[in-house]
Design a protein. Structure first.
Length: 302
């Protein structure tokens, strides 16, 4: 019963993250992408600062940690947030969700390049199948011909910046709590974007209806605050491999919410692409499980 509760909590986190594609599409109808990014980051930083104030005051960083936090804040927050909302101006939430679904595989490939981690044939097969799926989605089935739009390029930037962010966070988490990493990277990301606010504030629409302001504020707290904290806490109880299986539902949830709220339905190409991406991710997860079993077997024999 306890495990079922944990899985339900983690699934709710995935549901809220998937809803961000729909909410983002709604918000950029009323504000510019960079305005949405700055407003939401202000809310996130204030929320995380309030619940983590005592821990923040007692924390000291080395110079190397500070440099990594700054890089993570720029890549995973400033660039990631802006490119995410900007992409939704030029492509559908479904396409953006499908491209972002490959972030874990790209992260693993980058780890291979940086840390020279070993990969077997199952992983490479899964990676290739997933990238073919992404190729179908971003080229709208053309694959060979170049027909990638601005929205797809921005979605790729969102995915790549998030993958790099995950690698840095994984390194920082060896010495710093996830709560502090989340607060400081969001704070740094906000500070990087603040100079741009001086040019956009005069053009900002302050007369947007109250429900949209509430949607902006509450979604920032729930999606980037509460969901992230709950995920980091509950993921440790069932293991990252089991938890990562739930992330595969994110594109499907985004498709469903897009159909219900935006009346945007997936095309046949998007469905074929999503199927290939899902198969590729499952193969990569299967590879990880094999590695874990081999490690445990070695430990047992020792």
């Amino acid at each position: 019963m306890k495990q079922l509760t944990i899985y339900m909590i983690l699934f709710s986190c995935v549901f809220f993250w998937a809803s961000n594609f729909i909410i983002g599409s709604i918000l950029i109808d009323h504000w510019a992408p960079i305005t949405v990014a700055i407003f939401r980051l202000i809310v996130i930083v204030l929320f995380l600062g309030c619940i983590s104030w005592k821990t923040i005051n007692r924390t000291a960083f080395t110079r190397n940690d500070l440099v990594l936090l700054v890089i993570a804040g720029i890549l995973g927050v400033s660039i990631n947030h802006y490119s995410f909302y900007a992409s939704l101006q030029h492509t559908s939430p479904i396409t953006a969700a499908l491209i972002l679904a490959c972030a874990p595989i790209v992260t693993s490939l980058l780890n291979k390049m940086i840390y020279h981690e070993s990969r077997n044939g199952i992983f490479w097969l899964g990676a290739i199948i997933s990238f073919v799926g992404v190729g179908l989605v971003i080229t709208k089935g053309a694959l060979i011909s170049i027909s990638i739009g601005k929205g797809e390029v921005l979605s790729l930037i969102t995915m790549l910046s998030f993958a790099l962010f995950l690698i840095i966070v994984n390194h920082l988490s060896l010495k710093i709590s996830a709560q502090l990493i989340t607060f400081y990277t969001n704070l740094i990301g906000l500070l990087v974007l603040v100079p741009f606010s001086f040019t956009i504030l005069p053009q900002t629409n302050w007369h947007v209806a109250t429900p949209y302001w509430l949607l902006l504020i509450l979604s920032a707290i729930v999606i980037h605050g509460i969901s992230n904290l709950m995920w980091n806490q509950k993921m440790k109880e069932i293991g990252s491999t089991n938890a990562s299986l739930l992330l595969n539902f994110e594109p499907a949830i985004a498709m469903l919410l897009s159909a219900v709220f935006l009346k945007q339905f997936p095309t046949s190409i998007q469905l074929y692409g999503s199927l290939l991406i899902l198969i590729g991710i499952i193969l990569c997860i299967y590879y990880k499980e094999i590695k874990i079993l081999q490690f445990l077997k070695r430990r047992t024999n020792e």
